[in-house]
Design a protein around this ligand. Structure first.
Ligand SMILES: [Zn+2]
Length: 421
């Protein structure tokens, strides 16, 4: 393969990726606006957009008047060009949802999982069953599904098998990616749930517009997604962001991970409810499951509840201060079902507690906000995995089993004139 041709083709793909990303995140946009926001020449924009319209991935969406000139045609990503499936492997259920490219949910399937340490084989079966179920429900061709994104707790190694290490689930090196791929031809993408929800908040939630952010998620457990200069920070083997297992009390309470004094053991919903029980002479909060018990605790007028919640806010603030000191984010976005419940009631107190524990300057430069996509957005977050792939590839389809070069329409290689910078 001619090296120069490859370079031109890569450049073309990179420019398509740039345009498609802008259109998808900020659209509808005119060609003129695309030229301005990407610094590509208007000729390049028109050429590449024309190609994407011909392929059906981009479509016209009305027009706006320009100053005295011809009306400008607006462009958007065609919602029905393809579909995305996202799945949330939660602690009590597996949820699978199907979306169009406008992220409108079209179908949903849910499977309860009872065991504290769910069997990976069962979880894989639920996921594959859910994938088939939502495709059938939506009445679409399985070939139109661009990818299946799966969010799990724990660390997902970016290897071919997508190996999951989830100490709190009792999963040690589960090759979940390989298990799913053996059951479907649809491309499978796996990642940690905090990272995928973080991606969704950065794209269309409270993180929008910032380049340095931490999305801090508090549920039964605790996770975080660190975004540095617009890119998710993963560390050497993808385990970065395990904020819940940073020590907040040396030699403190036993955490689900087995260590002592982790933030999760104090601020995670399970830890908070257990701290209340101990402070309440062994009597737990009334209420069925963890979520209803937690909201019962928030509603309670007892002095014990007030004391436990006050301490919870303090621990949470100290934990957020660690994020502020370590990462110097513009924004800390607090979410997860318990994080939102706490934040809706105590956000000023959480900010004050963070201020008490953080260095003054980085604290003054950061804002603490609540997630905007709600606590149930994990499946949508998972669907951002195949979407990110589509945007990165500039919408150039990959034919399964065909090498990258031959999957690209040959026309592109013969047109090395795109003026790019
Ligand atoms: Zn821990």
């Amino acid at each position: 393969m001619d090296a120069r041709r490859t370079t031109v083709r890569d450049m073309r793909r990179a420019n398509r990726s740039l345009l498609l990303t802008r259109i998808w995140l900020d659209g509808p946009l005119s060609r003129h606006e695309l030229g301005q926001s990407t610094a590509l020449s208007l000729a390049s924009v028109s050429n590449l957009v024309g190609e994407m319209i011909a392929e059906g991935i981009v479509e016209e969406a009305g027009s706006v008047d320009s100053d005295g000139g011809r009306p400008r045609v607006l462009l958007r990503v065609a919602p029905g060009y393809g579909y995305l499936v996202g799945a949330d492997v939660g602690e009590t259920r597996v949820q699978v949802e199907l979306f169009d490219l406008a992220m409108t949910a079209l179908a949903k399937a849910e499977y309860p999982i009872a065991a504290a340490e769910p069997d990976p084989q069962r979880v894989a079966e639920h996921l594959l069953h859910g994938l088939t179920a939502v495709v059938e429900q939506a009445g679409i061709d399985p070939g139109a599904v661009l990818g299946f994104g799966v969010a799990v707790s724990g660390t997902v190694e970016r290897t071919a098998d997508a190996v999951v290490h989830a100490q709190t689930l009792g999963w040690e090196g589960v090759p979940l990616g390989a298990m799913l791929r053996s059951g479907t031809d649809i491309p499978v993408h796996l990642d940690n749930g905090a990272k995928t929800l973080g991606q969704a908040e950065m794209w269309f939630g409270a993180g929008r517009g910032s380049r340095h952010a931490v999305i801090a998620l508090v549920g039964s457990g605790i996770g975080a997604s660190v975004v540095a200069d617009g890119v998710g920070y993963r560390g050497a083997h993808s385990s970065a962001g395990e904020w819940g297992h940073t020590t907040i009390v040396y030699g403190g309470r036993r955490c689900r991970c087995g260590n002592l004094g982790c933030l999760e053991a104090y601020v995670g919903a399970e830890g908070v409810l257990d701290r209340f029980r101990l402070a309440n002479r062994g009597r737990p909060v009334a209420g069925g499951d963890e979520e209803s018990a937690f909201s019962e605790l928030l509603r309670s007028s007892s002095r014990t509840a007030a004391k436990v919640l006050d301490e919870t806010v303090g621990y949470l603030g100290a934990g957020v201060a660690t994020l502020v000191n370590l990462f110097n984010p513009e924004r800390v976005v607090l979410g997860g079902w318990a994080g939102l419940a706490l934040g809706e009631r105590y956000l000023p107190q959480i900010r004050a507690a963070t201020a008490r524990h953080a260095l003054r300057q980085p604290y003054a430069q950061t804002s603490i906000e609540l997630c905007q996509l709600g606590p149930d957005a994990v499946a949508m977050g998972a669907a951002t995995l195949p979407m990110a792939r589509l945007l990165r590839d500039g919408g150039v389809p990959r034919v399964p089993g065909v090498a990258r070069e031959t999957a690209t329409p040959p026309r592109q290689a013969r047109r090395p004139r795109s003026r790019t910078r």
